[in-house]
Design a protein around this ligand. Structure first.
Ligand code: DX5
Ligand code: ZN
Length: 229
C-alpha cells in the first residue's frame, strides 16, 4: 500500500461492550449504531484474570446487531474454541499470540469458514517475530493495556511498535489493518492514528460517556484528523 492509500484508509471505531450494561445489552448495542463494528471481549479466567461471556451470549449478539461482530478472544486454547465463534457469525475472531499453538492453521481455518482472522499481541510481546506470517491475518491487534479489564490507562509505550508494524505493512504493499485496544479515548485517538492504527477499540470512553454515539464520533474525528497530518 502506498503512503497515499494509507493516508486515505478509513478509521474504524469498535466500541467494546465490556463497559456496557450486561443486563441491557440489546439497548446498549442500539446506542452504538454509528460504530463500524462491535467489539466483544471473551475472557476465561485463565489467559486473563477476568471472566466475561462465551458462545451463548455471543450468539445472541450476532443475531440482534446489524454491526459486524469483532470477537476478541482472551482465552487459552483458541485453536480449540475460535472456530465456534466463526460458526456463530462473527465477522472476525482475534486470538492471542501467547495462547495459540498453530496460528497459521487456525487463521486458514477461520478464512475457510468465511471469517476474518485477527492476531493479537500483549504489551511485552514484540511484533517482529510475526513478520514471517503477517500475510495470514487481516488485522493485527496491538494491545495498549494489559488485557483483562476495561478502564485502564493507555500505554503510550506501544506506539513505536505500531509505527514499526505500519512501516512494515506499507513496505510490503499489504492492506493489513492495525487495531489498538485499551485506554483509547478522544484524547488518545490522535496518538494511535498518527502511529498508524486504523481500527480503534474503546470501551469506557464510549459507554462511560453520557452520549455513546457522540463519543464514537469524537474518537473517529480526532483519529481521522491526526492521520491526515
Ligand atoms: C481489555 C479489553 C478491552 C477493553 C477496553 O482487555 O480487551 O477491549 O474493553 O476497555 P477501555 O477502552 O476502557 O480501555
Ligand atoms: Zn478487547
Amino acid at each position: 500500500m502506498s503512503y497515499l492509500e494509507w493516508a486515505t484508509m478509513e478509521i474504524q471505531i469498535a466500541p467494546s461492550i465490556l463497559s456496557a450494561d450486561f443486563c441491557n445489552l440489546e439497548r446498549d448495542l442500539d446506542r452504538i449504531a454509528n460504530a463500524d463494528m462491535v467489539h466483544v471481549d471473551v475472557m476465561d479466567h485463565h489467559f486473563v484474570p477476568n471472566l466475561t461471556i462465551g458462545e451463548p451470549v455471543v450468539k445472541r449478539i450476532c443475531e440482534v446487531t446489524d454491526l459486524p461482530v469483532d470477537v476478541h478472544l482472551m482465552i487459552e486454547d483458541p485453536d480449540r474454541w475460535a472456530p465456534g465463534y466463526a460458526e456463530l457469525g462473527a465477522h472476525s475472531v482475534t486470538f492471542h499470540a501467547g495462547a495459540t499453538h498453530a496460528p497459521v492453521r487456525l487463521a486458514r481455518q477461520l478464512h475457510d469458514m468465511g471469517c476474518e482472522a485477527w492476531f493479537a499481541l500483549r504489551p511485552a510481546e514484540p511484533v517482529e517475530p510475526l513478520y514471517d506470517i503477517l500475510e495470514e491475518f487481516d488485522t493485527i491487534l496491538i494491545m495498549t493495556v494489559e488485557p483483562g479489564f476495561g478502564g485502564q490507562k493507555f500505554l503510550a509505550n506501544q506506539m513505536p511498535k505500531v509505527r514499526r508494524l505500519r512501516d512494515e505493512i506499507t513496505r510490503r504493499g499489504l492492506k493489513t489493518n492495525i487495531q489498538v485496544d485499551g485506554g483509547v479515548s478522544p484524547s488518545t485517538a490522535a496518538t494511535v492514528a498518527q502511529a498508524g492504527a486504523n481500527i480503534l477499540v474503546a470501551g469506557s470512553a464510549v459507554y462511560g460517556a453520557a452520549d455513546p454515539a457522540k463519543a464514537i464520533n469524537e474518537i473517529r474525528d480526532a483519529a481521522a484528523a491526526a492521520y491526515r497530518d
